[in-house]
Design a protein around this ligand. Structure first.
Ligand code: NDP
Length: 495
């Protein structure tokens, strides 16, 4: 039987979330007692006061991580052992998915339906999949003559700083923690200040699963304090970051100003959704167009917010898209029928509204949405037509439910507009012509191109950005292990 809003609200009302940092295997407050408020953006209520880790706390976490790494309790454990623990963690996530999902929904304004899917299916799958990979990742033997044996082995890098965004809080944690732990590293995790609670709960489950002391540390706090302390720490070997380009740049600088740690970056996007003239504007295409833009309220780095539609198809496309988008239910995130919850903060909502105003001033035509109540964090899905590639709503990552449509004359023009951006995270192309599909897939400078459907891939496929959407590092797939492993050559003379 499907569960009701009341059911989730009752869980929410009883929720007493753990709000402490998790350092060296124990929950604790910060050295100076500082806290920050975690607010439910859908109601404006303060959920809890959360420990705010300063540089002293980050240093304790890094020391604990280094001790555990050097002791080898995890880093040199048999891979089967890491597998067993991570599979237990995957199962515990499944068992606790309702509590985690309600917590996440309250903290972020995401819908309960999305939270249940992301946590019960995807987060658990990430831990399970990397667990299984732990004892199936082999080194290599290089070809040599008979006088030598040359081994190429993978070793865990060491202590990893993971700095997370708020849009998919526990999922992004799993994208990074699962491969880092499977590789044998110890981690210090900073969740986003808007959404720290599910990561703290994950630490409780990690203890139960048997993750050894010091291997997983959670340091909630603000970017300019906790995040910066991670970036500048001289004993962190790698930082893997997901968030804005501005902060990504800061991490590159932190690295140069400290120990030259490697920086893995997954950042913004302004991804195109391209419909060529031969495509069929059917229900499937429209569903993909609507979800590509408005899933998670558009708060998604690979949201397809520039929809480039062959000119003869524009009228039909716009009419059918608007019919579909009108059916999205915006509102209480704990209602299982809600499709779009609240923006993550009032401040973020104001930024998004600023773009809606700019779009109108710049001459785009707002054909639906845009109505808001200034006091709350909700925004109706908003659609602009007559957008031109030079407008700020066509160029900037808005990170909210604001879609713009551009009419294109042919494939070459679609490609040229699609490529005219500093970003390169994702693109979708609809066409019935296989040659055109492959030409577009090969020509678009993006980490992921999906054909005849919006899709970011899954746990098995690498995810990351070309151009300024990312560094060479990739999350997901076997490729993610490369962020957390280093390669050693062992050359053995065999005279
Ligand atoms: P940020 O890039 O500011 O935040 C991402 C992470 O970096 C958070 O943990 C944040 O901490 C931390 N951080 C912030 N400032 C610093 C700093 N000076 N030093 C070290 N770490 C820092 O993203 P925002 O939350 O501010 O969102 C702004 C925009 O970024 C969005 O509108 C969107 O365009 C983009 N974004 C992209 C995401 C993606 O998936 N690629 C995800 C989130 C945002 P804290 O939470 O305390 O700020």
């Amino acid at each position: 039987m499907s569960k009701t809003t009341q059911y989730y609200q009752e869980i929410s009302a009883k929720m007493r979330p753990n709000t402490q940092a998790f350092i060296a295997g124990a929950f604790c407050g910060s050295a100076d007692g500082a806290t920050f408020e975690s607010i439910n953006p859908a109601t404006g209520e303060v959920i809890a006061k959360v420990t705010h880790c300063g540089s002293q706390d980050v240093d304790l976490a890094v020391k604990a991580a280094r001790r555990s790494f050097d002791a080898g309790t995890w880093s040199r454990a048999a891979p089967e052992k890491r597998k067993e623990v991570l599979i237990k963690l995957a199962n515990l996530v499944r068992e606790n998915q309702e509590e985690l999902a309600v917590l996440e929904s309250m903290d972020s304004g995401k819908t309960i339906t999305d939270c249940l899917h992301e946590i019960g299916n995807e987060v658990a799958t990430f831990f399970q999949w990397y667990a299984e990979l732990a004892d199936k990742t082999f080194g290599k033997v290089a070809p040599t003559d008979a006088s030598a044996l040359a081994l190429i082995v993978n070793e865990p890098v060491g202590v990893i700083g993971l700095v997370l965004p708020w849009n998919f809080p526990l999922l992004m944690a799993a994208w990074k923690i699962a491969p880092a732990l499977a590789a044998g590293c110890s981690v210090v995790v900073k969740p986003a200040e808007q959404t720290p609670l599910s990561a703290i709960k994950l630490a409780e489950l990690a203890i139960e699963a048997g993750v050894p002391e010091g291997v997983l540390n959670i340091v909630p706090g603000l970017g300019e304090t906790t995040g910066q302390a991670i970036g500048l720490h001289d004993d962190i070997d790698v930082v893997s970051f997901t968030g804005s380009n501005d902060v990504g740049r800061m991490f590159m600088r932190y690295s140069g100003d400290s120990n030259l740690k490697s920086i893995g970056l997954e950042m913004g996007g302004k991804s195109p959704f391209i419909v060529l003239e031969d495509a069929d504007i059917n229900d499937d295409l429209i569903e993909h167009a609507a979800m590509a833009a408005f899933w998670n309220g558009g708060q998604n780095c690979s949201a397809n917010m520039r929809q480039l539609i062959a000119a003869p198809l524009v009228d039909t496309f716009v009419e059918r898209l608007c019919e579909r988008v009108k059916k999205f239910k915006v509102g209480n995130p704990l209602d299982p029928d809600t499709d779009i919850g609240s923006m993550v903060t009032l401040e973020h909502k104001k930024t998004v509204m600023g773009y809606i105003e700019k779009g109108q001033k710049e001459g785009a035509k707002m054909i639906m949405g845009g109505n808001v109540d200034a006091a709350d964090c909700f925004i109706e899905p908003t659609v602009f037509t007559n957008m031109t590639p030079d407008m700020s709503i066509a160029r900037d990552e808005i990170f909210g439910p604001v879609l713009g449509i551009i009419a294109i004359k042919d494939m070459d023009e679609a490609l040229s507009i699609a490529c005219d951006t500093e970003y390169g995270l994702h693109a979708t192309v609809f066409t019935q012509n296989l040659d055109k599909a492959l030409h577009m897939a090969r020509s678009l400078p993006c980490g992921t191109v999906s054909i005849n459907g919006f899709c970011e891939g899954d746990v098995k496929t690498p995810f990351g950005g070309y151009k300024q959407s990312g560094s060479l590092a990739r999350d997901n797939g076997v490729e993610a292990l490369a962020q957390y492993s280093q390669t050693k050559t062992i050359w053995i003379n065999t005279p």
